[in-house]
Ligand binder design. Structure first.
Ligand code: ATP
Length: 380
């Protein structure tokens, strides 16, 4: 049994190589990935193309045989190298919703929905199948279309059918591989809300794969950010945005000004670190390293565009407060609710999101202020 029964999936040190050799070294598509999927939660694997998300999901499904590590599901070990254990995909308590939905075109909507109850791991018999399938179609708004061919459904309706069919297999976990990626932007946004509300309504556990950060932030309870086969950070969406632990995460989630740090030391009083950058010394009250961090060099100051304040200067030599630096507006774009500025400070271009009424034009002298409370020092 799992040490932690509230987790539907526990993945430990998962590795997968594809027999590709670089010199004498094996290349790992997934290289020591560990994370949990707690019961009832929506967990997303997020990262750029080629980072190993789909391979991880396919190892969980049993469609790929991992090279190392361990996978537990519903309290049972389904994969473990030392134990030589590999449970076949059809015997794992999962249902997969692929990119193309995997709807059978030669079957009606009802027969598609009923499929896992007739052929799956939790096979049933008799009239109960039709009744359960109809009840589920009712809940996802497809009951009036039960007798149509599945190909006569719209993209959104096909997604609902794929979701309904997956749930009718009574899975411990639903695995979803970029199920919205074939749809246009407007439909994507609508369907991701629908997907999330179905997931909450049915209380199902979901492991989702996407490279779209907006989708990951909007849908997930927890996001596992991957890069080059490794996990960069596992956190709630708000924490990933506000407290990225690496320059990669800061840059991948939202937009960020990343200033290389020449020298960093802990502040004597009041916490935080002073990071020396080309713009000047910046006080960061958020830091990816602890208070006992020794002075050193390297890393980045990370400031989100909305967390840099800008004030126009009218006088010749403006008085500069703490954390303030002189700059010049290089470009200014009016975006309705805000101004998107590029301000050059000590030759460093900073992207700043300012209020629409600020009245800054290219060439204007300004003062920029890094808000210490929201500015982070990232060690890497
Ligand atoms: P995407 O968002 O583009 O789908 P991903 O993060 O899901 O990317 P994977 O599909 O898991 O990435 O691929 C991870 C790495 O493994 C990539 O470098 C890819 O080229 C490689 N890879 C995937 N499948 C195979 C395979 N069957 N044989 C060899 N290499 C593979």
């Amino acid at each position: 049994m799992s040490k932690n029964p509230v987790n539907s999936i526990v993945i430990t040190e998962l590795r997968k190589s594809y027999e590709r050799q670089t010199g004498s070294e094996t290349t790992y598509a997934v290289d020591g990935v560990s994370f949990d999927v707690p019961k009832g939660q929506f967990v997303t694997l997020l990262g750029p193309s080629g980072c190993g998300k789909t391979t991880t999901l396919r190892c969980v499904a049993g469609l790929e045989r991992a090279t190392g590590g361990r996978i537990e599901m519903g309290g049972q070990v389904v994969f473990d190298v030392p134990q030589k254990r590999f449970v076949r995909p059809e015997d794992r308590p999962i249902a997969m919703v692929p990119q193309s939905y995997g709807i059978w075109p030669h079957m009606t909507v009802l027969d598609n929905a009923a499929f896992p109850m007739r052929h799956g791991r939790n096979r049933r018999r008799g009239q109960d199948i039709r009744k359960r399938a109809m009840d589920m179609l009712e809940q996802v708004g497809l009951a009036p279309m039960a007798d149509r061919w599945a190909t006569q459904l719209s993209g959104g309706q096909q997604q609902r059918l794929a979701f309904a069919r997956a749930l009718l297999g009574d899975p411990e976990v639903l695995l979803l591989d970029e199920p919205l990626s074939n749809l246009d932007a407007k439909l994507r946004a609508k369907l991701r809300q629908e997907l999330r509300s179905f997931q909450e309504q049915f209380g199902v556990t979901a492991l989702y794969v996407t490279h779209d950060q907006a989708e990951a932030l909007a849908l997930s309870d927890t996001v596992v950010v991957m890069n080059h086969g490794h996990v960069e950070q596992i956190d709630r969406p708000e924490r990933l945005y506000d407290h990225p632990r690496s320059a990669f995460v800061a840059d991948f989630i939202g937009s960020a000004n990343l200033l290389p740090v020449q020298d960093v030391s802990p502040r004597r009083e009041g916490g935080g670190v002073i990071a020396k950058t080309e713009v000047g010394p910046v006080l960061c009250l958020r830091s990816s390293v602890g208070q006992d961090h020794r002075p050193g060099s390297g890393g980045f100051v990370c400031a989100r565009p909305e967390n840099i304040e800008v004030r126009p200067v009218r006088e010749e030599a403006p008085a500069l407060g703490d954390d303030e630096f002189p700059g010049t507006v290089e470009s200014s774009e009016f975006l309705g609710d805000r101004l998107e500025l590029v301000v050059r400070a000590a030759d460093v271009p900073l992207t700043v999101s300012a209020r629409a009424g600020l009245g800054c034009r290219p060439g204007d002298d300004v003062v920029v202020r890094f808000d210490p409370a929201t500015t982070s020092y990232l060690a890497s």
